[in-house]
Design a protein around this ligand. Structure first.
Ligand code: ATP
Length: 255
């Protein structure tokens, strides 16, 4: 269980997000949605321990501040929105970095580590470019390499900042399906920001809508993806239709 209670976070002592309280059960998926600048990435970074916060973040009933660096790296896998990549590294060497928290002091990677990396690369459609340098990849391929490193980390919680940015619809679906499988098979807990509201509703079982740093709606997709609520907070013209299984489909309306 990941529990946030009255979390506020920001920069140089000035909060940009506040009053966030939410519980995500093991294997749950929380999508943080909201307009640009609402504070989504900041909230994710606070959970990852990368920006200071007030309030509490508990993992399995323990404050995460009490975790050692290694425990934290085993518990939290964080994929930032636009990471700086070591361009000269190959895709497989980069993904192998995700195994670091699992190695003993001074220990080298073993067969299991290589097997995990190989499996993740193949699931992300990167197996054929395992030996390519990161600088030679396309934008979407680089994005998938970042996710490969985080997935190879095999953490209890995945914190994914806009994981589908730059991915075509097929690769976006493959990635989200893979993450979904990890949570159902391994009980991985997922917190992700997502701009694609339809995908957020399809994959997450809980959504938090942030606007100007505050939670303005929370609950399942049927509740949060409400046309009037979204139009107001995104300042957008849109309709919410419903797919055959009842999931909301958010459609922009041209003037
Ligand atoms: N390092 C920083 N120092 C100061 N202010 C920052 C910093 N990073 C973000 N901010 C500000 O905090 C606010 C929230 O930013 P954040 O990146 O969390 O928003 P977001 O909801 O993820 O936006 P987007 O959808 O555009 O990615 C914005 O006003 C942003 O300008």
């Amino acid at each position: 269980m990941l529990e946030l209670d009255d979390v506020a976070a920001g920069y140089r002592g000035k909060p940009v997000v506040s009053g966030v309280s939410v519980s995500i059960p093991r294997g749950g998926w929380l999508a943080i949605i909201g307009p640009n600048g609402a504070g989504k990435s900041t909230l994710l970074k606070a959970i990852a321990g990368l920006v200071p916060y007030t309030g509490s973040v508990m993992w399995n009933e323990q404050p995460v501040q009490n975790l050692s660096a290694r425990e934290r790296a085993k518990a939290f896998g964080y994929a930032p929105q636009a990471p700086l990549l070591p361009d000269g590294l190959s895709v497989s060497s980069y993904a192998l970095l995700g195994r670091t928290p699992h190695l003993g002091t001074l220990a080298r990677e073993g067969p299991r580590d290589f097997a995990v990396v190989q499996q993740v690369l193949s699931r992300l459609d990167l197996a054929t470019m395992a030996e390519r340098k990161l600088r030679t990849l396309s934008g979407g391929e680089r994005q998938r390499a970042v996710l490969a490193r985080v997935l190879a980390q095999q953490t209890g919680i995945l914190l994914l900042d806009e994981p589908t940015t730059g991915l075509d619809i097929g690769h976006a679906q493959a990635l989200l399906d893979l993450v979904d499988r990890l949570r159902t098979e391994d009980g991985t807990t997922v917190v992700s920001t997502l701009h694609d509201l339809t995908l957020a509703g399809q994959y997450a079982d809980q959504l938090v809508l942030l606007d100007k740093g505050e939670v303005v709606a929370t609950g399942d997709a049927g509740r949060v993806l409400d046309a009037e609520v979204l139009a107001r907070h995104y300042d957008a013209r849109l309709n919410v239709l419903h797919g055959p299984d009842g999931t909301p489909v958010v459609v922009p309306k041209r003037r």
